[in-house]
Design a protein around this ligand. Structure first.
Ligand code: GLN
Length: 496
């Protein structure tokens, strides 16, 4: 692998300013890396080579005229989950139903990154419409983990995570509805942030479950993550649920706190997350992480989030309900796939959807329609909404009375083998048990690597903060990784 692909985004920025290399060289190195490893990893659905080279050329022009005044991300390669719509570039959501769909516009997060001069190298593979935890539910075949290609990279943003972990891109965007940024970041040894609900515009992020969906960044270290996050965050008139809260200079805040330790910080540990199903080495890596926080001067306090055990069931009522409604638009009339022959409108809908949706998507639509149907609405959907409030209130009480951030494992297990959980939807859902409560509460959460399991696979630590306190997450995560650095083996050993 070209050594340019191993640099951090900050080093790339410096190299570009010092004219050690150009944005075109940087883009070419990453495109080569993608071409070399995509056959194995299957992390990209579309590679946008021509557009990337043109964007890189434009970035070079800008860099040479604006120099230090150019935006921080100018000329840096970016991979995009194929859930984010991109003008003139096919956007599939990992589904056969959207095969051939070329959007007429670019969504806000991507447009903001492009405005900074970022170079989009391609669209990454994912679980169909974000529904899954392993990136195996894709119409374009499963994504493989660069740490061990017999294993899954997590999901649903598995392609974006694998791309960043393997040197195909220094930065990527994903979406997180119930863990889809945090869990693949954990399983590939990189960092990923699910922002507060409303922090990043959802305009142009294809809707899965609108009350939980958030766009967020992946990177290989916290300062890089902060740079990308700052670029995409903030109010957007195109998304009424985006919030007009000031966007701090995340990178400056991380840098400012980089050497000050964590004295005075209270880290809450909810016992409800240290469940029986936790893989033993995940548990021990988590426990030794608490020692790292203490070493940095933080205080560990026990907190209780008593409704945690109901969160997964609640999520799997509310989210499929929203999905069943959001996915009603794929009916063969307007987007993507249309069945070859239908005699009636009803038949057109049924055949199109029957032919082109995958098994998990159909399962979610059926579950969602069921919990919303007359007679069951009160018992399931309404009840779930009430429990959702209780889950959110648990976090609120913990932050108000006991702690500044909460630490938990990201996933009960590390990267499993391809096919290992595909026959049991319930087992697959359990991979999200520790990430979905945060999604129901709309809070920000960061995933950082905190060790390796007995098979040398990465283990993730989840840090949760009150709404709009992403800065606190980033500086805490940065302090942790400075104290206990993590070696990204697929990159340092040359990759697949
Ligand atoms: N695995 C979870 C689900 O299938 C989360 C997915 C996501 O965050 N998009 O709903």
């Amino acid at each position: 692998m070209n050594s340019l692909c191993k640099l951090s985004a900050q080093e790339m920025r410096q190299g570009l300013l010092d004219t050690e290399f150009s944005a075109v060289e940087l883009a070419s190195a990453h495109l080569d890396s993608i071409k070399e490893s995509n056959e194995t990893l299957n992390s990209f659905i579309t590679i946008t080579e021509d557009k990337a080279l043109a964007a890189a050329k434009a970035a070079d022009t800008r860099l040479s005229s604006e120099k230090e005044n150019s935006p921080l991300l100018c000329g840096l390669p970016l991979a995009l989950k194929d859930m984010l719509v991109t003008k003139d570039v096919e956007t599939t959501c990992g589904s056969k139903i959207l095969k051939g769909f070329v959007p007429p516009y670019t969504g806000t997060a991507v447009a903001r990154a492009e405005k900074q001069g970022m170079v989009v190298v391609g669209k990454t593979n994912m679980d169909e419409f974000g529904m899954g935890s392993s990136s195996e539910n894709s119409a374009f075949g499963p994504v493989r983990n660069p740490w061990d290609t017999e294993r899954i990279p997590g999901g649903s943003s598995g392609g974006s995570a694998a791309a960043v972990a393997s040197g195909q891109a220094p930065l990527a965007l994903g979406t997180d509805t119930g863990g889809s940024i945090r869990q693949p970041a954990a399983m590939t040894g990189i960092v990923g942030l699910k922002p507060t609900y409303g922090r990043v515009s959802r305009y142009g992020a294809v809707a899965y479950a609108s009350s939980c969906d958030q766009v967020g960044p992946f990177a290989r270290n916290i300062p890089d993550l902060a740079m990308l996050f700052a670029a995409i965050a903030g109010k957007d008139p195109q998304d009424a649920t985006s919030v007009a809260e000031d966007v701090p200079d995340y990178l400056a805040e991380v840098a400012e706190k980089a050497t000050s330790g964590l004295a005075g910080l209270k880290v809450g540990v909810p016992q409800e997350y240290l469940v029986d199903g936790l893989q033993p080495d995940v548990k021990s890596a988590f426990e030794s992480s608490l020692g790292v926080f203490e070493k940095l001067g933080a205080e560990i306090v026990d907190v209780s989030l008593p409704h945690t055990e109901h969160a997964l069931a609640t999520y799997y009522i509310i989210v499929p309900a929203e999905a069943s409604s959001n996915l009603a638009r794929y009916d063969g009339v307007r987007y993507g796939h249309r069945t070859a022959k239908a005699d009636t409108l009803q038949e057109l809908y049924a055949k199109t959807r029957g032919e082109a949706f995958g098994k998990e998507v159909k399962r979610r639509i059926m579950m969602g329609s069921y919990v919303l149907s007359a007679g069951y609405y009160d018992a399931y959907y309404l009840k779930a909404q009430q429990v959702r409030t209780l889950v959110a209130n648990d976090f609120l009480a913990a932050f108000t009375n006991h702690c500044d951030v909460i630490a938990t494992p990201v996933s009960p297990c590390t990267a499993f083998k391809l096919g290992e959980k595909t026959s049991s939807p319930l087992e697959m859902y359990l991979a999200d048990a520790l990430t979905v409560p945060v999604s129901l509460a709309g809070l920000p959460a960061l995933s950082i690597p905190c060790g390796l399991d007995t098979q040398n696979l990465p283990i993730g630590l989840q840090l949760i903060a009150p709404a709009f306190e992403e800065s606190k997450l980033l500086s805490t995560g940065n302090a942790f990784l400075t104290e206990q650095p993590f070696e990204l083996k697929p990159l340092t050993s040359g990759g697949q």
